[in-house]
Design a protein around this ligand. Structure first.
Ligand code: PMP
Length: 309
């Protein structure tokens, strides 16, 4: 089965889905996107698409910010996604990439008077960071883009240059991931993840006012911690030295799942190993995303019709 894409209103081989070099989004970053996981459950013979409603709601919100109109409802977008995943028939973890973009082939920086299009593709995608051993992070010298520059709650392609600068700086310094601060020095998030710390047994994560993307994995963790572990999450600003002294720290994201942070700026987090609360959350989370926890099956959309018996 060749990889497929949904492009220009139809399904086609991924190799044929090409944009022209004058495309507005390519020149100016005027696009928004999502990353959705298709989680492969070998035992069920099933690919579970995780929380597509929330992802497509966030995409439509990002579209509003960029004045992009796409001719699909959330239900239609999910149906297209299911069909694409079926056509590709991967039997491994995947990453689904919807994108809404300014598709006019016109030069000129603006949002108005431009056509919009929607595309979708899916690629095999294993672990992004080391979820078993954990990640070594640094505080980036790049600050997280501010609300009045590019709205950070929208997942806008052009904004991701900020994240890419931070990620590569971290990589070149020998770290696995970067943690970005806001302009006023509060902890914001990783280059592609939200961040949590455990202090005095309490879960703490930055509020949306600290320029984070409001992550769907973040919400999943907050929900599971409350409902399954009876731990409330406090949303409040975090200062960098709280990262150094926290008992535990972890990152959350569609690609990164729940990645423990074992070191920040060469200081061990807690004992330098994966923390107890982090471990418990990981166990719960992986059961949920693999469709093994019936209580949260509403979050999992099965893509394949034929379930192995
Ligand atoms: N922050 C940024 C900058 C991201 O790119 C992501 C990944 N989408 C996240 C946070 C986590 O969001 P989610 O859990 O919805 O994937």
């Amino acid at each position: 089965m060749p990889p497929y894409a949904f492009f220009k209103g139809k399904f086609m081989p991924l190799s044929e889905a090409r944009i022209g070099i004058v495309t507005h989004a390519f020149n100016y970053g005027t696009a928004c996107f999502e990353g959705i996981r298709g989680n492969w459950n070998e035992e069920h013979g099933q690919m579970y698409i995780f929380r597509p409603i929330e992802h497509y709601q966030r995409l439509l919100d990002s579209c509003k910010v960029l004045q992009i109109e796409i001719p699909h409802t959330i239900d239609e977008l999910i149906a297209l996604t299911v069909e694409l995943v079926q056509r590709c028939s991967y039997r491994e973890d995947t990453y689904i990439r919807p994108m809404a973009y300014k598709s006019s082939e016109q030069v000129g920086v603006r949002l108005h008077n431009l056509e919009s299009s929607f595309l979708l593709f899916v690629v095999p995608f294993g672990p992004y960071l080391d979820i078993t051993k954990g990640a070594r992070c640094c505080i980036s010298s790049w600050r997280r883009i501010d609300e009045n520059m590019i709205p950070p709650r929208a997942k806008i392609n052009g904004l991701y240059v900020n994240n890419a600068l931070a990620k590569t700086e971290a990589f070149e310094k020998g770290f696995d991931e970067a943690i970005l601060l806001t302009h006023d020095g509060h902890v914001s998030e990783g280059s592609g993840e939200n961040i949590f710390v455990v202090i005095d047994g309490q879960l703490i994560t930055p509020p949306s006012s600290d320029n984070i993307l409001i992550g769907i994995t973040r919400d999943t963790v907050i929900t599971l911690a409350k409902q399954e572990l009876d731990i409330e999450t406090v949303e409040r600003s975090i200062v960098p030295d709280e990262l150094y002294t926290a008992e535990e720290c972890f990152l959350t994201g569609t690609a990164a799942h729940i990645t423990p942070v074992i070191e920040i700026d060469d200081r061990k987090v807690g004992g330098g190993a994966v923390g107890e609360i982090t471990k418990k959350l990981q166990v719960l989370y992986f059961d949920v995303i693999l469709g093994k926890n019936t209580k949260y099956l509403d979050w999992c959309t099965p893509a394949y019709k034929l379930v192995k018996t």
